[in-house]
Structure formats: structure tokens, C-alpha cells
Design a binder for this molecule. Structure first.
Ligand code: HEC
Length: 160
């Protein structure tokens, strides 16, 4: 999984260079309007989770940081594949508000984008494990794997 992350983090370099030349080379991902607004809402939820994680770290509460990461961005119930699937509605499960709503828009996402989405869930779960071990420095390092995944995907894709 470390290898996957490294590969993903190397990907956006091309768009970074293009960005400097003021060219937007992000891949356009088309979604129906309803899916797009669901997707962006999910994104705003991620932003909020990130904020709450930082807030928890700022008050030294590693276990709360872990809980927020799991609830807001984690794979949850060990069903890491759900975002990848397009059989929406097949698995009805408790966390309607969780990222697994992504099932709906997952099928519009190109493979690389799905992989980055999965990487976010994995990084969030890893962060929760690290945070629970209680070392603040390690927790920050691990948090950075989460934010780096946000950045990598944002540099690579846009939705229309
Ligand atoms: C799998 C790819 C992917 C990952 C991972 C990802 N994003 Fe996004 N995000 C996107 C795309 C694509 C957009 C739409 C950008 C556009 O069309 O210009 C977006 C948009 C957003 C928006 C704007 C929402 C709006 O209402 O317009 C926020 C905020 C955001 N992301 C936060 C985050 C945060 C925080 C993380 C990490 C915790 C994250 N995202 C991880 C792909 C991703």
C-alpha cells in the first residue's frame, strides 16, 4: 500500500508543472448533476473531518482524532471496496452519512480516481491506528498522508 501511495503522489507532478504555466490539465470527470452535488457534499464533509482532526490534535485528544478520521473518512466495517462498486443500494448498512454514499458516484470515477479515493480511506484508517498509539509526532506524520491524498487527487481531477 505504501508503494501505491508513492505511485499516486508521483502522478500529479505533471499537472503541477502545467499549473505553473497556467494550463489546467486535470482530467475532467463527468457526472450527472445530482451525483456531482452528492460528490461535492461528500468532499465538504472531508474538509470538515480534516478540520475536526486538527482541532482534536490541538487539544491533545488523540483518541478523538482517531474517531473522527474513522467516522468521516475511514473505510468503515472493513468494507473498503464499497466505493469502488457500482451496485448501489445492494449493501444497505447503518452509516448512510458515511463516505460509502460514494457508491452512487463511484461508478463515474475513472480507475485512478477510485484508487486515490481508496487511498484516502486507507490513510484515514492508518491514521486512526497511529493516533491511538499515542505519539503526537507520528500522528502528524500520518495525518500528512491523508492531506497528501487530498492534494494528489485535486491536482489530477475535476468534475463537470
Ligand atoms: C478521489 C479524489 C479526491 C480525493 C481523495 C479528495 N478529493 Fe476533494 N475533490 C475532488 C474533486 C475531483 C473535486 C472537484 C474539483 C473541481 O471540479 O474543480 C473535489 C472538491 C473538493 C472540495 C470542494 C467542494 C465544493 O463544494 O466545491 C473540497 C472542500 C474538497 N474536495 C476537500 C477534500 C479534502 C479535505 C480531501 C482529503 C481529506 C479531499 N477533498 C480528497 C477529488 C478528491
Amino acid at each position: 500500500m505504501k508503494k501505491l501511495l508513492i505511485a499516486l503522489l508521483l502522478l500529479p507532478n505533471v499537472s503541477t508543472i502545467a499549473g505553473e504555466l497556467n494550463v489546467d490539465s486535470r482530467q475532467i470527470v463527468e457526472m450527472p448533476e445530482e451525483m456531482k452535488s452528492m460528490f461535492l457534499k461528500n468532499m465538504r464533509g472531508h474538509m470538515e473531518s480534516l478540520d475536526l482532526i486538527i482541532a482534536a490534535l490541538a487539544k491533545n485528544d488523540l483518541s478523538e482524532a482517531a474517531a473522527v478520521a474513522e467516522a468521516g473518512m475511514g473505510a468503515g466495517h472493513g468494507k473498503k471496496r464499497q466505493c469502488e462498486d457500482d451496485h448501489a443500494g445492494k449493501h444497505k448498512h447503518k452509516h448512510e452519512q458515511s463516505s460509502h454514499k460514494a457508491k452512487g458516484f463511484g461508478k463515474f470515477m475513472p480507475k485512478e480516481m477510485k484508487m486515490m479515493g481508496m487511498q484516502l480511506h486507507i490513510a484515514a484508517n492508518e491514521f486512526a491506528d497511529v493516533a491511538r498509539e499515542g505519539d503526537m509526532g507520528e500522528a502528524y506524520k500520518s495525518l500528512r498522508s491523508i492531506s497528501a491524498t487530498c492534494v494528489a487527487c485535486h491536482q489530477s481531477f475535476q468534475v463537470k
